[in-house]
Ligand binder design. Structure first.
Ligand code: KG4
Ligand code: ZN
Length: 381
């Protein structure tokens, strides 16, 4: 089954063509980083306008790369939430118009389900390539960790049904952030320190040059649910370490330097960071990653799962990958990550998630609409 996936929930306009939820024929992503970088975060109104400018080209390009025609699509899968409503609507309205004009079935997909499915998709790609993969991935605890989300889910798969349809997945939320998402914390701390946008990749690079033990950040205890997260206090703690110190003066110097410097490399930014700043950056990253690893492992212990699935933009973080690999080793668990292109927002994951819904007989109708907040349900399909 050939599925066209369309994703526009935040600041990437993306389209992909995927066969049977496992063979990616194309995966086109138009990033808006250059539009938002001078603001140090995504500006919703600008994001919607950029999606409008790009969506037609991105879908055409996905078809061209897949050597397929829009008429060949057997279904269109589109992100319906959670996300920025104005951004989501661009993908949704375009998908609805396409589905109506072509007479093609339409399916709305939860963006968070897409991120979780990206890990399973990655494993199917590896299997097709002949790489060794672990068949027993589920049940799993999934950590979705990006600029907009930090949540833990229990992921299960029901047995294939009598019609030999692909088996369906169910998701139940175990924990979520009570304030900022982890990626948002990376972006805000990078903004405080005038390191550039998005903050995650640059903090990841610079942390290699600092001492992660130099600054101590206390662990946050969550009273209601120990599997919930909170990162806004950590951002404030960084601000407190900065205020009225030479580190603040240094950050202001970088802030003045940036606008006239054009595109700068991580090396150029590093050259403008003192040892103390690099230590602060590394200590912040260490605190975020330890928190993510510890709560996810605690969830995996509670649920006695086979594996841990980590996805979302922050899943690209090198310390996070190392930290999870080390943590699971001692427990006989497995951890799986998508490649970076499937970790950040993309439409292949939406097409893959849509495939299972379509195969299970689900369809969305023309009243499909955008949801800013859209919890991934306990009942799954
Ligand atoms: O999944 P994504 O592309 O979009 C959202 O749904 O948010 O994730 C983007 C987020 C940004 O906050 C970015 O700073 C963060 O992922 N990110 C990273 C890294 N690469 C991207 N955070 C930490 N380390 C990285 N290497
Ligand atoms: Zn995302």
């Amino acid at each position: 089954m050939l599925i066209l996936g369309i994703e526009s929930s935040c600041d990437e306009t993306a389209a992909a063509v995927v066969v049977d939820g496992e063979r990616v024929l194309s995966n086109v992503i138009a990033s808006q980083v250059l539009t938002h970088e001078k603001y140090g975060g995504v500006v919703p109104e600008l994001a919607s306008r950029e999606h409008l400018k790009r969506i037609v080209f991105v879908v055409e390009e996905a078809c061209r790369q897949a050597e397929a025609n829009l008429r060949d699509m057997e279904a269109i899968a589109v992100t319906e939430g959670p996300g920025l409503v104005g951004s989501l609507l661009v993908g949704l309205v375009y998908s609805k118009a396409l589905a109506f004009a072509l007479g093609t079935p339409l399916i709305g997909v939860n963006h968070l389900e897409g991120h979780i499915q990206s890990v399973l998709l990655q494993n199917k790609i590896a299997l097709r390539d002949g790489s060794e993969v672990d068949a027993a991935m589920l049940p799993a605890v999934a950590l979705v960790v990006s600029g907009g989300h930090t949540s833990l889910y229990l992921v299960q798969q029901q047995e294939a049904n009598e019609n030999n349809r692909p088996s369906v997945f169910s998701y139940s939320q175990l924990g979520q952030t009570r304030d900022d998402a982890a990626g948002e914390a990376f972006d805000k701390v990078a903004k405080l320190l005038a390191l550039g946008y998005p903050g995650g990749p640059i903090i990841d690079r610079l942390s290699a040059f600092g001492n992660p033990q130099a600054f101590e950040f206390g662990r946050i205890r969550m009273k209601r649910n120990p599997l919930d997260f909170s990162f806004s206090g950590l951002k404030t703690a960084v601000l407190q370490r900065l205020r009225g110190t030479p580190l603040e003066v240094e950050a202001e110097e970088r802030r003045r330097w940036r606008p006239n410097a054009g595109r700068v490399t991580a090396e150029e930014i590093r050259a403008r960071c003192s040892e103390a700043t690099l230590n602060l950056i590394a200590s912040f990253q260490h605190a975020v990653i330890s928190d993510l690893t510890e709560r996810t492992l605690a969830a995996a212990d509670d649920q006695s799962v086979q594996s841990i699935l980590v996805s979302g933009g922050v899943a690209c973080n090198s310390l996070l990958r190392k930290s999870f690999h080390e943590a699971v080793k001692q427990r006989g668990l497995k951890v799986f990550f998508p490649t970076p292109v499937l970790s950040t927002d993309n439409a292949a994951m939406i097409a893959a998630a849509g495939y299972y819904r379509i195969a299970a007989g689900h369809r969305s109708n023309i009243s499909l609409t955008a949801h800013a907040s859209f919890p991934l349900g306990a009942s799954g399909l």
